[in-house]
Ligand binder design. Structure first.
Ligand SMILES: Cc1cc2nc3c(=O)[nH]c(=O)nc-3n(C[C@H](O)[C@H](O)[C@H](O)COP(=O)(O)O)c2cc1C
Length: 124
């Protein structure tokens, strides 16, 4: 399964780069167009608990392949922490695989890798 990500200030990109060192499927940014098939979306939270417009536009066109979401945010935002993940989960009926504070931790990376490995092969 592919990893598709959206990032503004680089936290998500750093997480995805570390993830893909151990998950040999292509990662691409939402701006690069259509994914090949099933994908895990890694995005961030913007506004007040909102999904970034760039992620929203991508999902409007390509939600068919969406299998799960990882959302980044900051603990600073309290109840709205990584809320983009909850919104996407509710709207598209997919699991929130992890919520990351900023670029996430080693434990977050392990949890996401476990989910990828138990759900799909790299080329599914
Ligand atoms: C204008 C703005 C609004 C934000 N709103 C939220 C929010 O509502 N909830 C949250 O958890 N994080 C919020 N954040 C924090 C980002 O989601 C967080 O820094 C994230 O790691 C950014 O990912 P990126 O570096 O890949 O762009 C906000 C950041 C900015 C700049």
């Amino acid at each position: 399964m592919q990893v598709v990500y959206d990032t503004l200030t680089g936290n998500v990109r750093r997480f995805v780069q570390a993830l893909c060192a151990e998950w040999p499927a292509p990662a691409c940014q939402v701006q690069s167009g259509a994914p090949d098939g099933a994908f895990l979306l890694v995005t961030y939270t913007f506004g007040t608990g909102e999904v970034p417009d760039s992620t929203r536009r991508f999902l409007q066109a390509h939600a068919a392949g969406l299998r799960g979401v990882v959302a980044s945010g900051s603990y600073h935002w309290g109840a709205n922490f990584a809320r983009a993940g909850d919104r996407i989960s509710a709207e598209y009926g997919v699991p929130v695989v992890a919520k990351l504070n900023k670029g996430g931790t080693e434990a977050d990376r392990r949890a996401v890798l476990d989910w990828l490995r138990s759900n799909h092969g790299p080329m599914d």
